[in-house]
Every structure is written in structure tokens, then in C-alpha cells.
Design a binder for this molecule. Structure first.
Ligand SMILES: [Zn+2]
Length: 347
């Protein structure tokens, strides 16, 4: 038997999910035994949704808080957040994506603990170790560490636009093809059966409970939130993003880099997954139907793009992370085009 390299895992210490859990913030902070001064990273929207409330709870618990409102997740904004590092002991990222990415990356770069408070469930970034930051206009996925705590208040997340929840379903459902792609290189040392099983289970639970998600119930929102957190944990267990990122993610990253107005990450990954599941010879219809149930895009048109752009993204996705072997790397152009046509993703 081949020996495998040792692995270390960094996981969140606390994950609190449910309606109204924001109120538990002072108790959570006390439990984590975090030193005094904090910085909340938010944008104008999330400040209003929950930011002022978070500041109030933390200050009442004896933590003087600074706040920074950010415009985007780019290196300039990252510098602004990091400039606070001498004055603070912990970071709170509050948002759907960008504030969390910045707080996570700043926390990693400056070795400051970071707490994640998602206001939407549109992708698995709020519990994962990776941060997506724009560098010279290009979205780049950077290595960081997971939050020390995730506080996901489902009453707040339930109020987010339904489009974001649909994108979250897309990001989760794409775990299925990410795992199949990972298995293509199963002999490689980074394959983890535990991580793969957890990631697949998260996708399966959302697929099975999609009616609850579609009717917008708190229970359905919680299902997606828990699945997205599980995805982040699976990646932390594996020490790589492979359990939740395969060819469909390369497709999405290509669109982010080459399309003037890309769609949401989860929307692109979900749609990508329909085509890569077809190429794997698996049940792509269930992916399409799951996405349709939550009105997530299943065609180029619904994604707001023309067929040529979407086909180019599938054909050129091998340019992205060429060392990550996926079904899109081992299929030829005709097979990829046929799959996009046969699934109705392009017409
Ligand atoms: Zn993703």
C-alpha cells in the first residue's frame, strides 16, 4: 500500500445555525474567549440588515467595535481592512460574499481570528478556507483559513433575495460532479473518502428537500445553509477545494475572467454541473430539475449570456487550473458541444 502524506485540518470551532441566533453572539464570543477589540467588515447593505445589531450585541458584551464599509472584494479594499490590524483583536465578516472574503483574507494575512456571519446563502465561501479577491481586475481564489465561528441566522438569510438562495443550491448541487471529477484522479494522494462522502451527502440532502427550499420556508433555508457549511468542512477535511470544485467550477472561473457581466458563482457552477454530469454519463436531469425548482438558470439564456460565450467557457475551461483534472479536460470539443446541446444548456 502506498503511504499518504499526513494531513492537518483546521475547522471552525463553533457553528451556530437557526432563526434568531444572532442574539447569541455575546455568548458565542464569550465561549470563544476572544480578546477585546473587534472590527466588523460589511457593506452599506449588510450594515443596515444586521451590522448595527451585531455592533450593539458585541459592545454590550464589552467589545469595543470599529466598522468598515467596503465597496468590493479587491486588493485595495483588502489593504484598507488590513490597516486596522494593529488596533483590533478579531474580525467579523458580515455579508453575502465580499465582506466575508475580505475579513477572511485579512484575518489569515495578519493572523487575527475571524467570525463569519452570512446574510445570504449563495455559495459555500462563508464557511470555507478560500477567499475570492479581485487582483488587477481578475477574480482570484486565495488560500486562507476557515472562520473560527460561523453564526448563520436563518431569519436574516430567509429575507435575502430568492435568486441568492437559488445560486446556493447551484453551488451545492455541483458537489456531485466535483466528486466525480475528483475520482478521475483517485490514485492521487489528495483523495479523501470522508470528505467526498460529506460533500455528496450535503448535495443529496438539498436535492431530496428541494421542495422545502423552493417554498422559501425557514426549514428549507436552513437545509441549504447547513449543506454549504458541510461543503466548507469537507474542503477543510480534504485540505483542498476538490470536494466542492471540479470542472463546473473551472467553467465558472473562466466566465468570471472573460465575461463582461458574469452571473452569480453558484448559478454558473450549477449550470456547468448539468453538462459535466452528462459527460460523466450520470443523471444530469435531476440536477437540471433541482435547479429549475428554485428558478436557478439551466440555459445560457437564463444565465443572461449567449450560447457562444457559454460554449467557449466549457471548451476553454482547461486553461483554468490545468493541473486539476476534470471531465472537461478529458473530453474533446465535439463531446463537450454535444453535451451542451443535448442538455438544452445551449440551443
Ligand atoms: Zn463554489
Amino acid at each position: 500500500m502506498r503511504s499518504r502524506p499526513a494531513r492537518s485540518m483546521i475547522l471552525p470551532r463553533m457553528v451556530v445555525t437557526g432563526p434568531g441566533v444572532l442574539e447569541q453572539l455575546p455568548a458565542i464570543i464569550a465561549e470563544l474567549d476572544i480578546p477585546e477589540r473587534g472590527l466588523i467588515v460589511c457593506d452599506s447593505n449588510t450594515l443596515e440588515i444586521a451590522g448595527n445589531q451585531v455592533i450593539e450585541y458585541l459592545e454590550a458584551g464589552g467589545h469595543p467595535m470599529e466598522k468598515i464599509e467596503i465597496g468590493g472584494a479587491n486588493t485595495k479594499e483588502l489593504d484598507r481592512v488590513e490597516a486596522y490590524s494593529d488596533k483590533i483583536d478579531f474580525l467579523v465578516g458580515l455579508g453575502g460574499g465580499r465582506p466575508i472574503d475580505l475579513a477572511k483574507q485579512a484575518g489569515f494575512n495578519k493572523d487575527i481570528p475571524f467570525i463569519s456571519i452570512p446574510t445570504a446563502a449563495s455559495h459555500d465561501g462563508f464557511g470555507s478556507a478560500r477567499a475570492s479577491i479581485r487582483q488587477e481586475g481578475r477574480k482570484t481564489s486565495m488560500q486562507a483559513i476557515p472562520p473560527i465561528a460561523v453564526v448563520a441566522d436563518t431569519s436574516i438569510i430567509s429575507k435575502a433575495p430568492k435568486r441568492l438562495l437559488g445560486a446556493g443550491v447551484g453551488d451545492i448541487i455541483s458537489n456531485k460532479t466535483a466528486i466525480l471529477d475528483w475520482k478521475l484522479s483517485e490514485q492521487k494522494a489528495d483523495y479523501s473518502e470522508y470528505a467526498a462522502a460529506l460533500s455528496e451527502m450535503a448535495a443529496k440532502l438539498v436535492e431530496d428537500g428541494i421542495d422545502k427550499v423552493a417554498n422559501g420556508s425557514e426549514e428549507g433555508v436552513r437545509l441549504v445553509v447547513k449543506a454549504l457549511i458541510s461543503s466548507g468542512v469537507a474542503m477543510s477535511i480534504a485540505g483542498t477545494s476538490r470536494p466542492a470544485s471540479g470542472g463546473e467550477h473551472k467553467f465558472s472561473h473562466w466566465l468570471d475572467s472573460n465575461c463582461e457581466s458574469p452571473a452569480l458563482h453558484g448559478e454558473q457552477c450549477g449550470l456547468g454541473s448539468i453538462v459535466t454530469m452528462y459527460l460523466h454519463g450520470g443523471n444530469w436531469k435531476i440536477i437540471r430539475d433541482t435547479l429549475n425548482s428554485v428558478n436557478a438558470p439551466t440555459t445560457a439564456k437564463n444565465l443572461g449570456m449567449d450560447d457562444d460565450m457559454v460554449l467557449s467557457a466549457f471548451l476553454n475551461s482547461k486553461e483554468i487550473r490545468p493541473n486539476r483534472l476534470t471531465i472537461l479536460d478529458v473530453s474533446n470539443s465535439d463531446e463537450i458541444k454535444d453535451a451542451a446541446l443535448a442538455t438544452g444548456v445551449i440551443g
